[in-house]
Design a protein around this ligand. Sequence first.
Ligand code: UD1
Ligand code: UDP
Length: 379
Amino acid sequence: MTRQHKILVVFGTRPEAIKLFPVIAALRADPRFHPVVCVSAQHRGMLDQVLEIAGIVPDYDLDLMKPDQTLDGLTSALLNEVGRVMDTEHPDRVMVQGDTATAMVGALAAYYRKIPVDHVEAGLRSGDIYQPWPEEVNRKIIGAMASLHFAPTQTAAEALMRENVDPGRVHVTGNTVIDALHWVTARIAENPALVSGLADLEARFANKRIIGVTSHRRENFGDGLEHIAEAVRQIAAREDVAVIFPVHPNPNVRKVMNKALAGLDNVALIEPLDYPHFSRLLAICDIMLTDSGGVQEEAPALGKPVLVMRETTERPEGVEAGTAKLVGTETARIVTEIFTLLDDKAAYEAMAQAHNPFGDGHSARRIVELLAHEIGSEA
Ligand code: UD1
Ligand code: UDP
């Protein structure tokens, strides 16, 4: 038997954990690989929710999260700590996902050691370095160093090639978030108790149209979040509407949302939901209103219209298909767009088309086969 290749998988936040657990499972199931998991814990509670559901016990947990952490504080702490793990483990390859500080620094530390970097969810570009901020540039930095680029869509692959990445190193794999969504849907079908935590809210809002809301983007801190909060307040003033809003624990988000929305009858401000419960929210809502990246991929897959509180997106596929719409962060625009979807059946139906340009649920398997091909050609 050929030797096992050690893949150090480095991640730190909720979305990375959701999008990497299917890949870690596929690596574990393949005797050609020995995955070693290092979490920075850039997120703590939200990361742990995913690790628990997915049954992942990290080999290294750097426990780096600080309350209201700054980008420079986080980035500098990450570089030393992640580098130390690489010097202990001497992996054959390092895998990172997406665009977070952990992913960018994980790739950089690997590059400093000339360890090949594999980038899952490569090539997303908005074309604006401040939106999403700092993720657009994090992704470009990783792209400059990566060995294999696993692009979720053809659009993402083309963006990489426009940046002169060798087309032979770019592979369209689909997005592993769809693997994760399929997996969690199957777990819930086996064990409906996994989503029983929403039963009380479902009963309380049984006769209402449900709007699911999430918001956390750094570029929206300040005025943007204030405008979003005011929009939610105006939307929830309607008798026929209820808002379920799992609030990101970032203090910049919490203080604004609590001040504007706590105590309103038709608004449930709740703690972040674990992945099964969030997928249940996606299933029971009529509309998602969000500035999240991942939710832009999941909601179209489930046929839920998604209004995106951003000026631009690095995930244009949903917008092009008509299942997602960019609505910015101005209060009046958000309220008008939500009311149009609530009141105009044709407008709603036009957006509520199940559409899934982001993957077929087999992306993790594809990624592992491409890696196997790569190590085979190295041998
Ligand atoms: C980070 C990612 C962003 C991703 C987002 C997902 C970067 C640069 N950005 O955002 O791409 O969309 O995570 O949520 O890496 N906190 C907790 N508990 C948690 C998680 C966060 O209390 O489990 C609080 C802490 O006070 C923490 C703050 O939230 O300091 C911000 O966390 P951070 O990872 O820095 O968030 P972002 O950079 O905004
Ligand atoms: N999510 C979750 N619980 C929540 C909110 C979101 O499990 O309360 C999931 C969601 O399904 C998606 C991911 O978290 O897969 C998105 O994470 P987030 O919005 O924090 O980051 P982004 O995708 O914007 O980077």
